[in-house]
Design a protein around this ligand. Structure first.
Ligand code: SF4
Length: 177
């Protein structure tokens, strides 16, 4: 497969329902140690998925892995929901975002790229964690926060829209390449 370039991504993005995007150096993505602690205290997905802590490893190991790549393509999509406080409704509304993530992922040589996305993986009805290995390692994308990245801070840093209103969710993805 030919090397993935910014131009190839931008060409593909023109065909996709992306809200906003930004290219930065992978080393410019901010990592915060406390995020995984917040996951542990506040997120019902903590310890239930290969895409979340503690399965993803420490923040330091996640940061080191992300920094093996030169570039980060940060993108967002949006979808409608009747109630943004209802987690199940929100996850149903993520379907279109997942399609965009998959389309961008298909551009890559999976051995030389890494994708993370909003919220935990929901490919399987019930995650195999921790009893068996992940069933779809090549398709599973860890949650952005699982790596120690506060997506709201990153959006602010890049001038990207983070919140629209209670009926319009903004989803994020970061492709390291
Ligand atoms: S692909 Fe399946 S087993 Fe792997 S993280 Fe996602 S839900 Fe869990």
């Amino acid at each position: 497969m030919n090397k993935l370039t910014r131009e190839k991504i931008e060409e593909a993005v023109r065909q996709l329902p992306i809200l906003e995007y930004y290219f930065i150096k992978a080393s410019e993505i901010p990592f915060t140690k406390e995020v995984q602690k917040i996951c542990e205290m506040e997120c019902p997905r903590y310890g239930k998925s290969w895409s979340c802590p503690p399965a993803v490893g420490s923040m330091e190991s996640c940061q080191a892995h992300c920094n093996e790549f030169d570039h980060a393509f940060v993108f967002s999509t949006t979808s409608w929901t009747d109630d943004s406080l209802d987690m199940d409704a929100c996850m149903k509304a993520r379907v279109e975002h997942d399609k965009v993530v998959s389309a961008i992922w298909r551009l890559t040589d999976v051995n030389h790229a890494f994708m993370i996305s909003s919220e935990s993986c929901s490919i399987c009805e019930k995650c195999s964690y921790p009893d068996k290995t992940c069933r779809h390692k090549d398709l599973m994308h860890p949650c952005i926060e699982s790596q120690g990245i506060i997506v709201a801070s990153l959006a602010e840093q890049l001038g990207m829209t983070y919140y629209i209103d209670e009926h319009q969710i903004v989803w994020f993805g970061i492709l390291f390449f």
